[in-house]
Design a protein around this ligand. Sequence first.
Ligand SMILES: [Zn+2]
Ligand SMILES: [Zn+2]
Length: 216
Amino acid sequence: MLQRTLAVGPFQANCHLVACPKSGELAIIDPGEEPAQILEAVMALEKAAGLPLKPKFFLHTHAHLDHISAAKELLKSFSAKVALHAADEPIWRGLRDQARAFGLEYGDPASIDLSLEDGQELSLGALKITVIHTPGHSPGGVCFLVTEEGAKSVLYTGDTLFLGSIGRADLWGGDMDQLVRSIQEKLLVLDPATIVKCGHGPDTTIGRERLENPYL
Ligand SMILES: [Zn+2]
Ligand SMILES: [Zn+2]
């Protein structure tokens, strides 16, 4: 798979580009901030891949401001489906209030086109993206498992699981017990070789977090 990650905005949230090397279909996971920088990264990936990329989805792991704020601006350049789990929609609609809580001033978010559900499968050319509902950091938090024949699977965890840490549960609708349960029951059961790309900070693997994460 074609892949690139860039950290954007004041919270340095990771925005991930994932594309099929055959069809060029592209998903942007968590277009959080700095739309111009994301656009630049898409063009750089296109150049490196040597084929035109076709944006298909904006996939959101959850509705916190640092993961969603660039979608509206990017829709001026791309026509892609904006996807979120329904349980995070109230948080999404409250983007202005979220920003105010951090002393920031944001506009309204994009409108949602696709409601994500646990177990749902999305196709991105030769790649398969499976939605895993992992509530706890937020009620509608999801992870995206990207699989490709003959390659290691990659799990995009948003703010649910980090290298050596887990998400906070003190924000809108967060629940620590639920978060730990989600990770243990739905993520740690995956193949230990699965690469984990987090919503903030560096990558890890399922195997490493199973052994070393002090919160689990
Ligand atoms: Zn978050
Ligand atoms: Zn975040």
